[in-house]
Every structure is written in C-alpha cells, then in structure tokens.
Write a protein that binds this ligand. Sequence first.
Ligand SMILES: Nc1ncnc2c1ncn2[C@@H]1O[C@H](COP(=O)(O)OP(=O)(O)OP(=O)(O)O)[C@@H](O)[C@H]1O
Ligand SMILES: [Mg+2]
Length: 247
Amino acid sequence: MPDAVAALSIKGLRKVYRGGFTAVPGLDLELPDGSFFGLLGPNGAGKTTLIASVCNIVRPTAGQLTVFGHDHRSREARRLIGLAEQDINVDRFLSVRQQLIYHCGYHGTGRRAAVRRADEMLALFGLEAKADGRAYELSGGMQRRLILARALSHQPRLLILDEPTAGVDVELRSEIWRLLKGLNAAGTTILLTTHYLDEAETLCDEIALIRAGRIVDRGSAASLRDRYEARDITEVYERVITTEAAP
Ligand SMILES: Nc1ncnc2c1ncn2[C@@H]1O[C@H](COP(=O)(O)OP(=O)(O)OP(=O)(O)O)[C@@H](O)[C@H]1O
Ligand SMILES: [Mg+2]
C-alpha cells in the first residue's frame, strides 16, 4: 500500500530575509494526517517563519512544501489550511459576523452556507453578543477567539495555530484545549506553537524542538522524556534548548 499522504510535508525549507538574515537554513518536517503536532522553541527560533512560509505570507528562499499533496501555493492547499496567526490581524471595521462570512466566501463557501457557518462559529466561541459590533470593540481575548473562529470557519483539514493561547485567561485556555482535542479526534490535523510547555505536553501527540531554524529533536512527549531522562517536557526543553545553547 502506498504511504498515506502527509498533511504537511516540508523539504529543504530555507528562508533568508531581505537584508541577508538566515532564519531557516534548511529544514525538513512531515506531519502525518491526523496528528496533533507541537512546535516548541525560543523567541526567534523560526516558528512563525516556518508557518508563514507554509501559508504564503513569506516567500521561501528554497524548498518544497505540500499540503495533503498539493503545492502550498495552490488554491487547493490554501483552502485546506486554517491559520490563526500569532499577531491578531482582525479587520477592525468589519463586524464580527461579517468577517466570518467574508472569510468563508473567500474560500468558496456559498452565501447562505457562509451565514450559517458564521453563526455556528459565533455560538461556539461565545461571541454572539458581539456579532454586530466591530472587531476593535472586542477585548484582546475576544479577538483571539475571533481569529480562531475565522481559522475554523471554512472547515480546514490542517489547522495551524501560532501561539493561540497567548494572553488568554485560564478559562478560555481550557475551552480552547477542549475544542482542539475534539477537532483532532474528529480528524483535523493541528500544528501548534506555544511557549506553554505543559500545553504541548497535554495536547500534542508529537513535539518538535526548534532552535535557530533547525529541528533539534522530535518525538512523542513520552519518547522525548525517556530520551532525556526528564520528568516532563519542560525538563526536556531545558536540556535540549537552554543547556545546549549555552556557550
Ligand atoms: N521580516 C523579517 N525580516 C528580517 N528578519 C526577520 C523577519 N521576520 C523574522 N525575522 C527574523 O527571523 C528570526 C525568526 O523569527 P520568527 O518570527 O520566525 O521566530 P519565532 O520562533 O516565531 O519567535 P517567537 O517565539 O518570538 O514568535 C528572528 O531572528 C527574526 O528577527
Ligand atoms: Mg512566532
């Protein structure tokens, strides 16, 4: 039987920013369909660069990137991905509901289905009371909910979340965890970055540690704990990232 198509395949990704800084020197990564994958690493490690390359926000200097077998620049790949960026990029002057409807429309959902889907997302994320307000009227945590709702609204098969729980309260964090577990159980592949190591340990079936644009190790939480004789992923992280980076 042929190998199942990976949800995301990255081969030889290299990103040199204008000005000559090499953020990612050459990186390979494969996410199996259905996985819940955590990407951990310090500030500036290249996590957002990797994600932005997959999602055509930055243009890779080199590399082959495919999403369920489709070139990442193709319309099909774009439709298969849902992205919640690290920077909260809401349209400040559209209403909350309109943003969700437009987003679905952009991905080819018909008007009536888009309205229905927007209302489902508003209910799921507890944003109904704010549906007709403008995004700038939302609190920071509510804006975070909105970008998650938007990322999910066209029912992507690969959900990419760049620090989705940064700055959210304890209650919302556990709601997001529950939601993500449910989505993953129903078949959505998830790529998550986070600085909350316990979050990765709780949610992810596989974790990659990235430093200076290189994957330094990867495996399940259990296999990483064993390999580094660590009690938890925080200890693994300390050994792999903090200690090895020390002069
Ligand atoms: N547009 C840009 N031009 C030049 N350098 C950039 C640009 N964007 C990012 N970089 C650099 O690339 C490196 C990786 O940045 P990136 O945002 O990918 O890190 P990150 O792992 O997402 O970090 P964080 O945890 O802080 O979000 C950093 O050194 C950063 O300064
Ligand atoms: Mg980042």
